[in-house]
Design a protein around this ligand. Sequence first.
Ligand SMILES: C[C@H](O)[C@H](O)[C@H]1CNC2=NC(N)=NC(=O)C2=N1
Length: 112
Amino acid sequence: MSQLSEQQCEACSWDASHVTEAEIEQYKAEIPEWQIIERDGIMKLERVYTFRNFKQALDFTNRVGEIAEEAGHHPALLTEWGKVTVTWWSHEMKGLHRNDFILAARTDEVAK
Ligand SMILES: C[C@H](O)[C@H](O)[C@H]1CNC2=NC(N)=NC(=O)C2=N1
């Protein structure tokens, strides 16, 4: 199986399948710095990246925006001085899909 970041996203839909516990365990191994959180009753993936200043944080934010647009799958992004919080979940199905893990792995790629 190819690296998570190289896998293809599926179209988002309300009835798509949520990841199973086993899948979470498998995918999480590739993105160990990400937290699985529950907010407003919805499971999400979240990671905080730190930077030397606001400009670097903003540049990273824009790079994440580009991969989101490419994939048609979008995160919540909180951009602050020296810090960006990235949160992935599948809005329509209100939970975690394989897409979210793929995009989290791609987010780690653009952070390098
Ligand atoms: C119409 C548009 O394709 C959909 O709203 C897409 C946009 N980006 C999305 N991003 C995420 N994270 N979840 C979605 O369900 C989603 N749906």
